[in-house]
Design a protein around this ligand. Sequence first.
Ligand SMILES: Cc1ncc(COP(=O)(O)O)c(C=O)c1O
Length: 371
Amino acid sequence: MSATIQPQPGILQIELYKSGKSAVEGMEHVVKLSSNENPLGASDAAKVAYAREMHSLNRYPSSDHIELRTAIAQIHDLDADRIICGAGSDEVITFLCQAYAGPGDEVVYTEHGFLMYPISTLAVGATPVKVAEKERVADVDAILVACTPKTRLVFIANPNNPTGTMISGRDMARLAAGIPEQALLVIDGAYAEYVEGYDGGTALVDKLDNVVMTRTFSKIYGLGGLRVGWGYGPRHVIEVLNRIRGPFNLSSAGLASAEAAVRDVGFVDKCRKENARMRKWLTLALLELGIECDTSFANFILARFADEEQAEACNQALANEGLIVRQVAAYGLPNCLRITVGDEASCRRVAHTISNFFNAVLSEPTIEGPQ
Ligand SMILES: Cc1ncc(COP(=O)(O)O)c(C=O)c1O
């Protein structure tokens, strides 16, 4: 580290983000259940749109994203002028922090909230304020108590990653109504499409001037590799965010694939139903094995083990079978593993491997103490 060349305040406090593992040493075939990706892949329409783009790779992409914004607006019944697209919803989160927070400001997020909230906050020199949850569910009253005259942003993922829990529309409205007037509420809907009948917070955005919603194409749409996300908010916010957005922040392949993906409503429905079916199956299988887990509203399950040691050992047992799940100690959950709901075969393999793991633990001879 140079003594004279120093980064901006806050940057060195950032813990490096570790993404979900995708390989096990010495193993050729693995099942990746560590990044909440769609096991069914992307829709065929999105793949066709992607392939079509190879004929014009020399051209810069659209700068205003009008076709994608129009498609999103039509499908979700929104105002296209109030949508902003980013390189993943990560980028929209970054824009929000850059635009609304700086040194001396506070950004509130929940105890087991997505790690990009504190990272993006520290990157702009602002102060992250972590608020305790109640049994792994966001606590609206505690969030309101944590807000101060310095609060500029309040992030809440609904459903939340990595807990999979969510709060009701009524609680969200109470939160929006209760935060200080200089603060924006950001509802992160990365997993909103997995919840049957849930609007992701759009009605609240339409009703209020202080609420923004973020969404992604990385999860149910199966386009994580292309980095496309979007935000929906009041006109004054979207106008501000567009000022700091790079003119060509999305690739032509990403834009075209996302547009086709959002229009393929049938594929999304199929993925939602299949996820719900396998999530229920895997949750029951885990509960039967004595592993506690909350009802998940997303495409993953947070499995709670007796302690950190047991979670670590089970993670290793799964890895030995080529099943990669996510350790979530960085989220303050060292005794847990977050398991993405995979296809049926993967879910069965996960349950089978964990069952074998417990059988092996139970049959281990107990070490005798000194006589
Ligand atoms: C809650 C939450 N928000 C946002 C994101 C970012 O997704 P992306 O940048 O791929 O759109 C994720 C990704 O895991 C997430 O879990």
